[in-house]
Design a protein around this ligand. Sequence first.
Ligand SMILES: Nc1ncnc2c1ncn2[C@@H]1O[C@H](COP(=O)(O)OP(=O)(O)OP(=O)(O)O)[C@@H](O)[C@H]1O
Length: 337
Amino acid sequence: MNTRTAPSARQQGDVVRVRGLTKSYPAVRARRGTAATPEIRATDDVCLDVGRGEIFGLLGPNGAGKSTLVRQLTGLMRPDRGSVDILGHDIVRHPERASRILAYLGQQSTALDELTVSLAAETTGRLRGLDLRRARAERDAVLEELGLAPLAARPLKKLSGGQRRLACFAAALVGERPLLVLDEPTTGMDPVARRAVWAAVDRRRAEHGTTVLLVTHNVIEAETVLDRVAVLHRGRVVACDTPAGLKAEVAGEVRVDLVWRDRPPLEVPEVAALHGRATESGRRWTLRLAPEEARAVVSTVTGGAAFAALDDFTLATPSLEDVYLALGGDAQGLVKA
Ligand SMILES: Nc1ncnc2c1ncn2[C@@H]1O[C@H](COP(=O)(O)OP(=O)(O)OP(=O)(O)O)[C@@H](O)[C@H]1O
């Protein structure tokens, strides 16, 4: 397990500094028709440093505490204890300052839904203090940049989920802020829109040193776009490093995927012996093994009685998902592609 702060793309100190951030949702007593829920510690003593110009990710499955953490960082939720410093501002004491220093794209639709794409972008700029001319100029530039100009006159609520997400992202970029906090920004987007988002993020980082805090449970995207990633599990940061650094921690392992035609041939003793060690997902078994063990498994299933039942198999080097599993995480909720 690695909780150290890895070397990063830091240029001039940290933009975000979080210490001991803890938040529990209170227990709710049972009422007629609804069951009682226990107290839930959604973030538990979280410490993070994010450097200027970094694209820093929060990775974890559903319910890990990512959104709760982000809501505390953006001043929308008060922690029970701990501190959040963003560009020298104490966000716990002065949550109202957050909107002046960061742009937040949350998971939920917003009041912008009632507006057209064009007006949503312009209004965001105006709310951030731009004069009308400047707000309109930035609006036009960002809609052009993200390929949204053809949709400019359409109300957000009449767009597809992916288009609406892209329009909200566009609005978040108008009236530039030094920190972008994006909660699953590319959910529902097609590959063209995803590329436009990452190109826009990269451009701002290159031109203005913009820092990005990104919430994701998409491990493929995480591996591709992040400089560093904090893995959250039940509210705690269980690892924090570059994607490559995290993967190096499980470098001794190989992932073996076996896909059975119909059902696994459990009557073959070697297959039955593997059963307890495999993660099952439909017809697919996934095993994480030492390299020599992986070779033995492949020769067993491709050579003997099991072969007739085998549809496909792959051997792969570890992914962030494997790191996550090695840290004791639960793969449910981590999206593969
Ligand atoms: N308003 C709330 N009241 C009570 N419990 C909550 C509330 N919001 C979240 N939780 C609980 O807190 C924990 C963390 O939730 P959170 O939404 O922060 O997770 P997440 O990592 O963002 O998940 P997802 O990937 O599904 O968005 C979960 O156990 C969740 O059930």
